[in-house]
Design a protein around this ligand. Structure first.
Ligand code: IPE
Ligand code: IPE
Ligand code: MG
Length: 261
């Protein structure tokens, strides 16, 4: 009925549907600020936690689609260092989600050769949450497919502060000369330093901010914001975001593709 302009009720309905074969460039690392769960629920007259529960389904769908499209690393902002400010009942619920998610999904992740990683300060994560996360990490550590990286109790201020402390300690210990502190030295002391910087950042839920997410690593990342609430974010929305990415020219401060001439 809508021909090429097929209606996608869940996402950007005014845009033509994207066929995976049209995607000329696939970002190696996609990071997502999964926002809008609470508003999704409230709009339906449901408690906020219903939105978080629904969000897990989106994580499954989007992980599968990212893998299908050939993304190598998918980082998902799951819980920020500032999210502890929320009511205890909501925080408690959010801390139960990794267990629930992995209980129903770890088998499939293993089957799909996905490697689970986590990025954040795990020292204050409840024991039961940590157990589930560590089990997933250890049972998938030899997998060579998509890296599914959960940013859990993650915040850039905390990450950069601990990197600065480590640099200071290394200087005090005479392992590092002040003149040797460069971009590489800082990057190496961030969390998950082996991961490449995100090529594409997606934020759902309509807010136009980074909310303390990967501030260092996002220096040259392409940004994509959508009003779609995370529980409604569909495979087609991911393809739209990647389509937008594939049409951009990344210059890194240079001219025409970063050349030196
Ligand atoms: C994102 O959805 C999930 C977390 C921050 C844990 P929100 O819970 O922030 O949903 P909104 O932004 O209030 O709609
Ligand atoms: C960012 O969303 C954190 C996560 C998605 C986990 P928030 O909902 O916490 O961000 P703010 O408070 O609107 O900036
Ligand atoms: Mg929010």
């Amino acid at each position: 009925m809508f021909g090429k302009f097929s209606l996608n009720k869940k996402g950007n309905s005014e845009l033509p549907a994207v066929n995976p074969s049209e995607l000329s460039r696939i970002p190696e690392h996609v990071a997502i600020i999964m926002d809008g769960n609470g508003r999704w629920a409230q709009r339906r007259g449901l408690p906020r936690i219903a939105g978080h529960r629904e969000a897990m389904k989106t994580v499954k769908r989007i992980t599968a689609e990212a893998q299908h499209l050939g993304v190598k690393v998918l980082t998902l902002y799951t819980f920020s260092t500032e999210n502890w400010k929320r009511p205890k009942a909501e925080v408690d619920f959010l801390m139960k989600l990794p267990e629930q998610f992995l209980h129903s999904y770890l088998v499939e992740l293993k089957k799909n050769n996905v490697q689970v990683q986590v990025m954040g300060d795990l020292s204050i994560i409840p024991e039961h949450t940590l157990l589930a996360v560590n089990q997933a990490i250890s049972e998938t550590k030899n997998n060579s497919g998509l890296i599914l990286n959960f940013a859990l109790n993650y915040g850039s201020y905390a990450e950069l502060t601990q990197a600065i402390k480590r640099i200071a300690q290394d200087v005090l210990d005479r392992k590092l000369a002040i003149d040797a502190i460069d971009v590489q030295a800082v990057s190496a002391r961030l969390l998950n330093p082996e991961l490449p910087a995100p090529d594409l950042l997606i934020r759902t839920g309509g807010e136009l901010r980074l909310s303390n997410f990967m501030l260092w690593q996002l220096a040259y990342t392409e940004l994509y914001f959508t009003d779609v609430y995370w529980p409604d974010f569909a495979e087609e929305d991911l393809r739209q975001a990647i389509h937008s990415f594939s049409e951009r020219q990344r210059r890194y401060g240079g001219l025409n593709g970063g050349g030196t001439k």
